[in-house]
Design a protein around this ligand. Structure first.
Ligand code: GLA
Length: 423
């Protein structure tokens, strides 16, 4: 049975309106003008899934959906924050008293960044004792969509705290120079945000999300080598060749996901230990490795990791060769498809909602489609001819309607601006 369905598109945030809004809300909350507004984007990972914590390569790009932070300096060592997503939940903490395990909910990410800046930021990132701040946060990255809403919160907070602290420092680090000029400092700030996520929020994720949010540039994908977090900007302009990336937010969330990320990571570490390599990125012969593991589950995990690393390298080479047209487009689509199949079958982090979205998009003419991010719900992406985007979205919506599922949300992955001060 085929059903007609309309595609529900997520509205694109209007930057100027968002900046004005967060400024006004700051004044309403605290009764005075903020010193500035900072923001950082959510990310979309084109390829290279579940390999950031194994020294693989990833290929993220920034989305036009961002977290906005209006902030002002205070000189009493106190951090106060409120979020438009959490009305009535204003939080206050003395920065030097912040400890892992003491905080709850969204504020863990905010205070966690201040804590991590002091733990491992180095002299130019550590916050002076008297430094304090008032922050007002508005997150416009779809939460639970696998598009890094928590990294956008951490990274916008880090930029705000660093620049707000300038008047109480001897020297001011140039985090808000153009991202190209400040990349080395941003790489260190990303590391601070990763520490906040790992040690304060207790999520043992890799560094893909925070690095993407701070170091991506508009019109480019970021070829990120997670062995040493070195990164290269790769021009990525799909519109010039009549293409678009359709983002399908399944809006599915599975409780099954609890603990699954950590168990995949443990499987990979166990495989590396058995194989006697530092990280799975060092495996040279996949057949030999899977035979040596002698365990079907570990062999499958290793197969995903090694093949995903090869796919990502191949995709980056394709982009380096030229625009995605003709054979290059066909190969790129096949790499996306193979990535999904590997995440579904060997790594087992997909789910029915993602699989149905991917299959429906492929059947409706997408050049390639895959889940993106951590999986178990969240989003899928489809590489589609720009003129066919509406039709592909309708086909996915119809596949959901046929199953009686809540309609997915569709997001246009127009290039997002880099993280930074906006006003
Ligand atoms: C989540 C994690 C990242 C990365 C992806 C999977 O987004 O936060 O570090 O591991 O999953 O690629």
């Amino acid at each position: 049975m085929s059903m007609t369905a309309t595609a529900q598109w997520a509205a694109l945030p209007d930057h100027s309106a968002e900046i004005a809004r967060v400024r006004e809300e700051f004044i309403t909350a605290y009764g005075y003008e903020p010193d500035g507004v900072w923001s950082a984007p959510g990310r979309l990972n084109l390829l290279g899934e579940y390999i950031d914590f194994l020294g693989g390569s990833c290929l993220p790009m920034p989305l036009p959906y961002r977290t906005y932070v209006a902030g002002a300096l205070r000189r009493d060592g106190v951090l106060r924050a409120s979020s438009l997503q959490m009305p009535g939940d204003e939080r206050t903490v003395v920065i030097r008293d912040i400890q892992p395990g003491h905080l709850k909910g969204w504020f863990t990410y905010v205070a966690g960044v201040a804590w991590a800046m002091n733990q491992e930021g180095g002299r130019d990132i550590m916050l002076p004792d008297e430094f304090g701040a008032d922050l007002l946060i508005n997150s416009r990255v779809p939460v639970g969509g696998g598009l890094s809403s928590s990294a956008a919160l951490e990274c916008s907070t880090a930029l705000a705290l660093l620049e707000l602290s300038c008047p109480v420092r001897d020297e001011c680090p140039e985090a808000d120079a153009t991202p190209a000029d400040s990349d080395a400092l941003r790489a260190r700030l990303a590391q601070v945000c990763i520490t906040a996520e790992n040690k304060m929020a207790g999520a043992h994720t890799g560094g893909l999300d925070q690095t993407a949010s701070l170091r991506c540039r508009q019109g480019h994908a970021l070829a990120l080598d997670c062995r040493d977090m070195s990164a290269r900007q790769v021009p990525f302009d799909l519109s010039a060749v009549g293409l678009e990336l359709l983002v399908i937010d399944t809006r599915a969330k599975h409780s099954l996901a609890d603990g699954q990320y950590g168990s995949r990571r443990a499987d990979c570490e166990e495989s590396a230990r058995i194989l006697g390599v530092g990280q799975l990125v060092d495996v040279e012969d996949l057949d030999e490795a899977t035979a040596a593991l002698g365990n079907e589950r570990l062999a499958a995990r290793t197969r995903h990791v090694v093949s995903e690393i090869a796919r990502t390298r191949a995709f980056i080479e394709l982009l380096d060769e030229g625009p995605l047209e003709g054979v290059r487009l066909a190969v790129a689509g096949a790499l996306l498809n193979d990535s999904h199949d590997s995440l579904r079958d060997d790594y087992e982090v997909s789910c029915e909602e993602l699989d149905v979205a991917v299959e429906a998009a492929r059947a409706a003419g997408a050049h390639g489609a895959r889940m993106t991010g951590g999986g178990f719900g969240g989003s899928a992406i489809a590489l589609v001819d720009a003129h066919a985007v509406e039709g592909v979205a309708r086909a996915v919506a119809a596949a959901y309607a046929e199953r009686g599922w809540e309609p997915p949300h569709f997001i246009r992955s127009l290039p997002g601006a880099p993280a930074g001060r906006l006003d």
